[in-house]
Design a protein around this ligand. Structure first.
Ligand code: BJW
Length: 233
């Protein structure tokens, strides 16, 4: 059975990472146009660097929760039949043990040089304009996909969706495309579709099975159910 799992900010909420659109979320104190668009970065790089430097530093203080750990266990069972696609820019899936993973919106712990187009692992601040380890230019920006930019590895994701028997969406509001459209593609290509979210998402009607509650409860239970069903075949 081939499975594609899509995760969003809700899976990391119980680890202490803020979501975007919930009350008290990341967008509450910030205009999206200021901190999550290339135009905003061009206008005020210091503001944008401060926003991402603070979030990168916060990663030191958080750890994976039972939902991340359950998905890493699922990978041990399914191997190459699982693709985990995350919209999250934190590294909690990796720290839980997931390896077959696509960060479609980029990563906080990576920097992208707009001079040489190189990418490098990055844990320090970017606000002080450090040199790129590859070319030496002070042209590093957060390695994050902002609005209007193309998400990463779309060909790989679409191929996995086309081949999937099961598509599961976890902790995402379904407000941002192309990820919000994956459920429709998966259905079109014949997959069973499941939503696991705190509340009905914007796309909840597209899912055949929608379960609502905290990810730390729903995800381990769903993984146990899937594993038991697989073993009983
Ligand atoms: C819990 C929980 C718990 C809480 N347990 N659950 C008009 C129509 C259609 C599309 C467009 C349009 N105008 C423009 C577009 C395109 C645009 C877009 O979608 N805009 C929308 C606003 C309409 N998209 C783009 O520009 C994308 N690029 C693109 O389309 O390129 C074209 C192209 C595509 C494909 C191939 C080729 C070309 C790029 C999008 C980049 C998104 N980037 C961001 C910001 C990154 C920077 C940063 O991190 O600061 O990524 S936006 C932000 O939203 C972030 C997230 O990854 C993304 C999704 O958010 P998510 O994860 O869903 O979080 P929330 O907060 O919204 O929801 C959390 C959910 O969890 C809630 O439902 C809670 O209930 C739940 N929850 N606690 C379980 N404990």
């Amino acid at each position: 059975m081939k499975v594609v799992v899509l995760t969003g900010a809700g899976i990391s909420a119980e680890s202490g990472v803020s979501t975007f659109r919930d009350a008290g979320g990341l967008w509450e104190g910030h205009s999206v146009a200021d901190v999550a668009t290339p135009e905003g970065f061009e206008r005020d790089p210091a503001l944008v660097h401060a926003f991402y430097d603070a979030r990168r530093a916060q990663l030191e203080l958080v750890t994976p929760n039972p939902a991340h750990l359950a998905l890493a266990e699922l990978e041990e069972t399914l191997g190459d039949d699982l693709l985990l696609v995350t919209q999250n820019v934190d590294d909690l899936h990796e720290r839980a043990g997931s390896r077959r993973l696509v960060h479609m919106h980029g990563q906080l712990r990576s920097a992208w040089c707009t001079s040489c187009d190189g990418r490098c692992p990055w844990t320090a601040p970017l606000a002080d304009g450090p040199p790129c380890p590859g070319c030496g230019a002070a042209s590093l920006r957060p390695d994050i996909v902002w609005f209007g930019e193309v998400p990463r590895q779309m060909d790989r994701i679409e191929a996995a969706l086309a081949a999937a028997d099961l598509f599961v969406s976890i902790g995402t509001s379904g407000a941002v495309y192309p990820a919000a459209g994956f459920v429709q593609l998966a259905r079109l290509w014949g997959a069973h579709t499941v939503e696991l979210n705190l509340e009905p998402s914007q796309g909840t009607v597209w899912f055949r099975d929608a379960r609502h509650g905290p990810a730390s409860m729903l995800v381990p239970a769903w993984v146990a159910e899937l594993t038991a069903r697989r073993l009983s075949r």
